[in-house]
Design a protein around this ligand. Structure first.
Ligand SMILES: Cc1ncc(COP(=O)(O)O)c(C=O)c1O
Length: 415
């Protein structure tokens, strides 16, 4: 019986038999990458997918394609939500564009469609729609805005593998999209990404670009696999309950910044050269076996999340990022994002009571774009208040029901 709940698990879904099959397939001559790419493209409902070393490389390649395929103004700009992953503005700059922030919708954490047109200038070339925490952006609205201003629409689906908007998969709406396959995403190949598109020229461009990329160097790769395996073990619900929880609690009490640092990638500028690595046959074999599981994994996570959100309804000091559940689209709930003005004390109170949470790791990108952060109040609010509750698909319905009871009891106590 699990009594302590971990906020984030490593998302590797391979059974013992699948590992064995994978290791045997590794010694076959043919490269499994085309099979993985075809499996992913079919799942996403697009004509082409390219397997990459990371999602950020996907964005870089899409922007590089736009650079060479259309006439651009002298200072081309890309619009993005100010509430975003830290690396995105760096990649935009590295590809030769200026990132320009639009404030987020405080209800979803996604780019606010009502504010986009005010931010479009003659220099605007494209818009990035980030499906934050797996909540799909209103793609029909964004598509209409992009069409009427002749902007390219790019989807950041790092959190949205398995989601759809109005019955059409996230990642199949715009010129192109990019997905992450790092440790905590819907499925993982230790690290990695995908570029999806219906545009054959962009597909050809990306395939040619990655053709000569070297394999990742062996030592960092082995380190990553070892760290991933350790992280996978330590965040397995049972091991977290029996072992990891106690050191975690001590770390939170005496070195809270170290604890946050373990979970969050440092926001240092991205070195584009270090992204130029190939997706290995080992990763393709992992991907081939996990793509068919995505729908079941997401369905379980969604069910867990909706149950917990109902549990939270009586507590006005803790609000989910989205309250309108009667929607025609399917969120992924990669993280169950909630917000509270009392975030820090609340997180400590929950951890003392066996519920680990994680502070939201999106940052205010205006600091990176050189814009005035106070012009984006919704983003500031999200950065100050968002944290993630455990909603993982490794928890059964029964375990989530117990987590819900614990959560209610905890929130009724003074903290
Ligand atoms: C929204 C978003 N976009 C892009 C990325 C980059 O993904 P990767 O680490 O695969 O480059 C992340 C990583 O967490 C992310 O959260």
């Amino acid at each position: 019986m699990i009594d302590r709940f971990v906020s984030d698990c490593v998302n590797l879904y391979l059974t013992g038999t699948e590992w064995r099959g994978l290791l045997i397939d590794l010694f076959r001559k043919s490269d499994p990458r085309p099979v993985f790419e075809e499996t992913a493209a079919r799942y996403l409902g697009v004509s082409h997918a390219t397997a990459l070393a990371s999602a950020r490389l996907g964005l870089y390649l899409i922007l590089s394609y736009i650079r060479q395929s259309r006439a651009l103004p002298a200072k081309p700009e890309i619009l993005l939500s100010a509430y975003n992953f830290f690396a995105i503005p760096h990649i935009i700059r590295a590809a030769g564009f200026e990132p320009r922030c639009v404030d987020a919708d405080p209800a979803t954490g996604n780019i606010d469609p009502a504010l986009i047109e005010k931010c479009i200038t003659p220099n605007t070339v494209a818009l990035i729609a980030t499906h934050s925490h797996g909540w799909p952006c209103p793609m029909d609205e964004l598509q209409a805005i992009c069409r009427s201003h002749r902007l390219e629409l790019i989807e950041d689906c790092a959190h949205a593998l398995g989601g759809d908007y109005a019955g059409k998969k996230c990642g199949s709406w715009g010129l192109a999209s990019f997905f992450s396959l790092s440790l905590t995403k819907t499925i993982s190949t230790y690290s990695g990404g995908l570029l999806a598109t219906n545009n054959p020229d962009l597909h050809r461009f990306a395939t040619e670009a990655v053709r000569d990329y070297p394999r990742p160097p062996a030592v960092p790769l082995i380190k990553k696999i070892c760290l991933g395996t350790v992280a996978d073990l330590l965040t397995t619900p049972l091991l977290f309950d029996l072992f990891t929880y106690y050191p975690w609690l001590l770390l939170d009490r005496y070195c809270p910044e170290v604890k946050e640092g373990i979970m969050t990638e440092p926001s240092s500028p991205v070195q584009i050269g270090s992204l130029h690595r190939s997706f290995t046959p080992f990763q393709s074999l992992m991907g081939i076996r996990q793509v068919p599981k995505v729908d079941d994994l997401v369905a379980r996570r969604r069910e867990n999340s909706l149950f917990l959100l109902r549990t939270l309804q009586p507590f006005s000091f803790i609000r989910p990022l989205k309250t309108d559940y009667a929607v025609t689209h399917s969120p992924v709930y990669l993280n169950l994002a909630v917000r509270s003005a009392k975030r820090t004390v609340l997180q400590k109170h929950l951890l003392r009571n066996g519920i680990d949470t994680r502070r939201g790791y999106f940052v205010h990108c205006a600091s990176a774009t050189g814009e005035n952060p106070s012009l984006f109040p919704a983003t500031q609010g999200l950065c100050d208040e968002v944290f993630f509750l455990p909603n993982h698909n490794k928890y059964s319905t029964d375990q989530i029901r117990r987590l819900g009871e614990r959560l209610s009891a905890c929130l009724l106590k003074p903290f």
